[in-house]
Design a protein around this ligand. Structure first.
Ligand code: NDP
Length: 796
């Protein structure tokens, strides 16, 4: 019997949601939709090119949308730019009132929204009604509150300006809500590009914006395909891009925005593990698996698509799973009794079908329940729920994101093996862990490379909690505090720092050093002569010779990265208290070297004694400042709508490569270094153009109890070139901070990091004022950590 044959089921009765209101609404737009620009629907400019929007369950054409042109995108950005002048100046409460009105209006039209989403996307009506819409409302309502408390929460921040948002087809309304709520709360204005496969709920949302009187231009919606998205992403009037979609498109956007100075957050694909340990509640786990992989037909970025089950319980769990799957029904998405709807498009159907065939060709064992496909699947893109056993970690289906109702099952013996298998992926979006033993569950959760970990639950989301990925799942968060920060920028006072000459101060005094010293770099906790026996001459501000500095080559860089990667486990395992002690000891030892360091600062830069002392004192303060945050910034606990305890931990990112700042050779070196290691990262730091100060710091790292490999200091002659190499060539470097002043190097770093979607923080040619570490803290701590939201059932 094939999966397509329907078994007579005496209990089964259809219960179809009446789609009349949706078809009436579509009939009122029979001429096709326009773009929503400047508060009204506007006829597309310069083209009559239209895209058909189809119901994937039947093939019926529902509507047409225009393919947005450059003129349309320009008009939308111009409208948003005008609106920003007034919208950003409204009080938080004024903005909150609009956002709240949007939330309530969606609630009032919940049925129409749910119907349209189901017709457009193919998802079961139960899911659009009970999962998507409530979460959409929650996002707007929560962010109405955030608008009001914005100034209290983030006093030194301001909105970015016009933000461009690009969303996918799998949760079109929900993704719009995730992005719009926060943008409006923070005082930004928006140009949103819907997915061409699912634009309908975006159009209804636009009508709501008119109804609630949202000022013209605050939100603009441009329809179109990837080419329209590309125009938006590249538009010079846009200050930030928020993207959700596939990893390959994410990489293109990273390259397209490189060097533009635009903020970028990216939610991309995933291959999330679902781990079930001995002693877990197997019936609960089976329900979790069903939800994890078959919710929204598996077209979910964080779908639990890799089941890792402990060997001893695998036969029982798989038997229970098959039994439960035998009760699943695939059919008309408007039927309230069905579990799995239609794949969103022919392309998606073909891709999933191809990967299922590939699994079989590679020798994995396929299983689909008999008779799950109802008659209503005859004309649409339906796929039966599928599991694969006999899967190896190298199988294509275990590595590639399938984005459909397909689960691969692998077993493990020990918890360590489960963690290794789970992390054996280029993605890092989410994970689910099932164990009745909380210490086992938390131990696994702490070791997983994922932005969200659900313990004994799955697919939980809330506007108050950060959601975002690591590795090739992207970076940046949506929801929670970090979601807000991604839409805010620093006040001018801490940007564009350049030290002014101070003629009132006494002239610098240059004392030649008494003894010749051969300067060394530090890698792996030891002073090293650079590998090649070559050096370059470092000159003082007045052009006289200061010292020879050994040239750094590829091997030195590789050794430093290896040392930093090796030191990571031990360093992140230390307590925050211990890391703070080491930073304070570092400050003490720096004080002992004060005279030498201050003199060398003056020699290199030509600044006055007062200015050099000021920078020195600020560096000591910065070390204490970041030490204070070593045992703080642990994370947050969020209030969510479900009975769950959600703790969002701030975890170290890993090895951070840093190209230090030129304007402040001491402070701009010590402060970012301390911030990074205080949070449990290890660093490879490239000195800026005043390398002597970096060389002065080298011995301090060795006498301050800093474990070998935690701080690695290199002094290449061309540190911009070395920065590009470090950011682009070393996968072990998980993030790169470029604090130098070259715009072009900033751009190139963003380009070379796109290959593995490495997190970058670049200056864009503007130096930060490291004297104001207080104002910089939010940004720096965000750049130094990855959030991990851990969800645990809690209370009634
Ligand atoms: P795509 O990446 O193809 O598309 C996402 C959006 O980007 C669409 O609006 C698309 O337009 C647009 N787009 C396509 N090319 C470009 C471009 N060059 N420049 C700018 N915009 C562009 O993803 P899908 O829509 O196919 O969605 C499926 C993928 O999204 C899956 O891989 C899934 O993992 C991921 N995803 C991730 C989520 C997360 O939270 N991490 C959530 C949802 C999905 P158009 O479609 O109109 O051509």
């Amino acid at each position: 019997m094939t999966a397509r044959t329907r078994v007579a089921d005496p209990v089964f009765t259809e219960s179809i949601e009446d789609p009349k209101s949706a078809f009436d609404w579509l009939a009122s737009h029979v001429a096709g939709f326009d773009h929503f620009i400047d508060g009204k629907f506007q006829t597309p400019s310069g083209t009559t090119d239209r895209i058909e929007v189809k119901n994937p369950a039947t093939g019926q054409v529902l509507a047409t949308i225009p393919r947005g042109t450059q003129q349309d995108v320009d008009a939308a950005v111009e409208a948003a730019t005008r609106a920003f002048q007034t919208w950003s100046k409204l009080s938080g409460f004024e903005r909150a009132k609009y956002i709240y009105a949007i939330a309530r209006s969606i609630r009032e039209q919940a049925r129409l929204f749910a119907l349209l989403e189901t017709l457009d996307n193919g998802k079961p009506i139960r899911e659009s009604r009970d999962a998507d819409i409530p979460l959409v409302v929650r996002h707007f309502e929560h962010h109405a509150g955030r608008a009001q408390t914005l100034r209290a929460d983030h006093p030194n921040k301001k909105p970015i300006g016009v933000v461009g948002q690009v969303i996918p087809w799998n949760f079109s309304l929900l993704m719009a809500a995730w992005k719009l709520g926060v943008a409006l709360a923070t005082g930004n204005t928006v140009v949103l590009k819907t997915a061409d496969l699912t634009p309908l709920t975006g159009m209804l949302l636009a009508e709501i914006f008119i109804d609630v009187g949202l000022p013209a231009g605050v939100v603009n919606i441009v329809n179109g395909d990837g080419s329209t998205g590309d125009m938006l992403v590249r538009h010079s009037g846009v200050g930030k891009i928020a993207f959700t979609g596939s990893t390959p498109v994410g990489k293109k956007i990273r390259v397209a925005t490189a060097g533009s100075g635009k903020g970028l957050t990216m939610e991309a694909g995933g291959k999330s593990p679902f781990i079930v340990c001995e002693g877990a509640d197997l019936h609960g786990a089976v329900e979790g698996i069903i939800n994890g992989i078959f919710f929204n037909k598996g077209e979910v970025c964080c779908a639990g698509s890799r089941l890792l089950v402990q060997e001893s319980i695998a036969p029982e769990l798989i038997a229970l799973l098959k039994k439960r799957m035998s009760r699943l029904r695939v059919g008309n998405p408007l039927d309230k009794t069905i579990d799995i709807g239609a794949m969103n498009s022919q392309t998606q159907f073909d891709k999933v079908t191809r990967l299922i065939a590939c699994g079989e060709e590679e020798g994995c064992t396929k299983w689909q329940p008999d008779g799950c496909m109802l008659d209503s699947t005859a004309n649409g893109f339906f796929i039966a729920p599928t599991i694969f056993t006999n899967v190896s970690p190298t199988s294509t289906i275990a590595r590639e994101e399938i984005f459909g109702p397909v689960l691969v099952i692998m077993t493990f013996r020990e918890v360590d093996e489960a963690v290794e298998l789970a992390n054996n992926t280029r993605y890092g979006l989410a994970a689910s862990v099932w164990s009745q033993c909380m210490d086992v569950a938390f131990d696994i959760a702490s070791r997983l490379e994922a932005g969200t970990v659900w313990i004994n639950c799955t697919n939980e989301f809330d506007a108050a909690v950060e959601f975002g990925g690591r590795r090739e799942s992207g970076w940046g968060s949506e929801g929670g505090d970090r979601g807000m920060l991604a839409y805010l920028t620093d006040a001018e006072a801490i940007r564009d720092y350049a030290r002014k000459p101070d003629p009132a101060d006494e002239a610098p005094v240059f004392d030649p050093p008494l003894l010749h010293r051969t300067r060394r770099i530090v890698a792996g906790g030891a002073l090293k002569r650079p590998d090649a026996d070559r050096c370059y001459r470092l000159l003082a501000a007045d052009g006289t010779f200061l010292c020879n500095v050994g040239e750094v080559n590829r091997k030195d860089v590789r050794n430093a990265v290896e040392a930093a990667a090796k030191a990571l486990l031990g360093w992140r395992g230390k307590t925050g208290h211990n890391r703070a002690q080491i930073l304070r000891f570092f400050a003490e030892n720096l004080c002992d070297a004060r005279h030498n360091i201050v003199e060398n600062l003056r020699r290199q830069t030509g600044i006055s004694l007062r200015q050099a002392n000021e920078e020195f004192n600020a560096s000591i303060e910065a070390l204490f400042w970041w030490a204070a945050y070593a045992d703080r910034n642990a994370g947050t606990v969020s209030r969510v709508c479900a009975p769950r305890l959600v703790t969002t931990l701030c975890e170290p990112i890993g090895v951070i490569g840093i190209r230090a700042c030129d304007e402040l050779p001491l402070l701009g070196f010590v402060s970012p270094m301390a911030a990074a290691i205080a949070q449990g990262n290890t660093v490879v730091i490239l000195a800026g153009k005043h390398a002597l100060t970096a060389l002065d710091i080298v011995p301090i790292t060795l006498c301050s109890d800093v474990p070998p490999g935690v701080i690695n200091i290199l002094t290449p002659q061309d540190s911009n070139k070395a920065a590009i190499m470090l950011a682009g060539k070393y996968d072990d470097v998980s993030a790169f901070w470029y604090l130098g002043r070259s715009w072009d190097t900033s751009r190139q770093i963003e380009i070379v990091s796109a290959d593995i979607l490495k997190r970058t923080w670049v200056s864009g040619g503007v130096s930060l004022n490291w004297f104001d570490h207080e104002s910089l803290s939010g940004r720096v701590l965000t750049e130094a950590t990855n959030p991990k939201a851990i969800w645990v059932p809690f209370g009634a």
